[in-house]
Design a protein around this ligand. Structure first.
Ligand code: PLP
Length: 407
């Protein structure tokens, strides 16, 4: 059986809308993905039938909402193959998940004299929280560079690891280069040095392998909105022993066991890290998105995305003066490029007049742009519903834009 892209496209209502009078060609999936009807219906159903706060109520609606929220946690556990449901913490997104670890793990386990390592290839969300933590804790950090192909310099990484390395943070897939980093190998190297690893899977969980136990990630983070789910919901997975050992990040709501004037004791996992009313509908919507993706054959999804990616590379490179950045050993779903003499922002804006949505700029990865020696790029990024025609429209639209620009 091969994946039926027409059927999948029919599931995403926004793909059948017009933008500036043209059929939408949505190639900004690394920023956020579109939502299938089942996710939209699930959200409407929640607000129409059983909206209620969770865990606290004794009434019918509260029980329904609580059950659905906790079932969503199980869905995430199953999808990433975590050992326990309570290792799944709901957050606002990847950024909050990383900040939580940087704060809570930093407070508990990182001390002056320690070191941490992250990479030049990180999104700012996996860069800045570590810099902030290092400043707070008086700790030194090292940044692993990448080579001209967009592969991490693992030889340099190996030399940076030492007995003082407490933590290593890196992404499985780069949002600006599309590089698939050899996560298992990097994690093994870090573990051999005694370091804990946070894997940023914001661009990986929907495109490549996402089995946290096979990867052996200590912390694994991603955002719902990049995997066909709603915004405002994300996941922090952590190994039970680590989550048990680190202190809570925020106080209030469900994270307490008992509060007295003298002292507060904390709830067990996962609630210890879920202060305040959570994004209940977000969690339920995320589970609907995961169920949707899970019902497809993931190998076929990957093969389809890879075929469209390869076609995109080939067709774009036929355009004179177009340069694609990064050509890592393994890459996925993201094509970053510039055209000689054309500002990326102008190109993006003119493509929009043709209904083609791409992203332009630094993609929250200024260190990558600095390393590439550019101010920004145009980024076409794919999801499972993109097809060869989307690439044809992109390429044809670029040619038309170049004509308008007199090139
Ligand atoms: N990490 C990577 C690799 C990303 O691509 C992104 C978003 O683009 C983030 C982190 C931050 O995700 P969010 O804004 O959903 O928190």
């Amino acid at each position: 059986m091969t994946i039926d892209i027409q059927k999948i496209r029919a599931d995403f209502p926004i793909l059948h809308t017009l933008v500036n009078g043209k059929p939408l060609v949505y190639l900004d999936n690394a920023a956020t993905t579109q939502k299938p009807q089942i996710v939209i219906d699930t959200i409407v159903d929640y607000y129409s039938r059983y909206n209620s706060n969770i865990h606290r109520g004794t009434h019918h609606l509260s029980n329904l909402a609580t059950e659905a929220h906790e079932a969503a946690r199980k869905t995430v556990q199953r999808y990433i193959n975590a050992e326990h449901t309570h290792e799944i913490i709901f957050t606002r997104g990847t950024t909050e998940s990383i900040n939580l670890v940087a704060y809570a793990f930093g407070e508990a386990f990182i001390n002056p004299g320690d070191e941490i390592i992250f990479t030049m290839m990180e999104h700012h969300s996996n860069f800045v929280p570590w810099q902030m933590m290092c400043e707070r804790r008086g700790v030194k950090y090292h940044v692993v560079p990448f080579d001209t192909q967009g592969d991490l310099r693992l030889d340099i990484f190996e030399n940076l690891l030492n007995e003082r390395t407490r933590l290593v943070a890196f992404n499985h897939v780069s949002n600006a280069l599309g590089t698939i980093n050899p996560a298992q190998r990097i994690i093994q190297m870090a573990h051999a040095a005694g370091a804990v690893v946070l894997l940023d899977a914001a661009q990986a969980v929907q495109h490549v392998d996402h089995d946290v136990r096979a990867l052996d990630a200590d912390f694994y983070v991603f955002s719902g909105h990049k995997i066909y789910g709603p915004t405002g919901i994300g996941i922090l997975y952590g190994k039970e022993a680590l989550l048990d050992a680190i202190p809570p990040y925020q106080g209030g709501g469900e994270m307490i066991e008992q509060v007295t004037v003298e002292k507060t004791t904390y709830n067990k996992l996962p609630f210890k890290f879920e202060a305040g009313t959570p994004n209940i509908v977000g969690a339920i919507g995320l589970a609907a998105a995961i169920d949707y993706l899970d019902a497809l054959n993931f190998d076929e999804v990957m093969a389809h995305e890879d075929a469209v990616l390869a076609y995109g590379h080939k067709k774009l490179l036929e355009i004179e003066g177009l340069k694609i950045y990064g050509n890592a050993k393994r890459h996925t779903s993201i094509i970053p490029f510039n055209i000689e003499g054309v500002h990326h922002y102008d190109l993006g804006t003119l493509l929009d007049t043709r209904g083609v949505a791409v992203r332009t700029g630094h993609h929250c990865t200024q260190p990558i742009m600095t390393a590439l020696g550019v101010e920004g790029t145009v980024r076409a990024s794919l999801a499972l519903y993109n097809n060869h025609e989307d690439i044809d429209v992109l390429v044809e639209s670029i040619r038309q834009v170049l004509k308008i620009l007199g090139r």
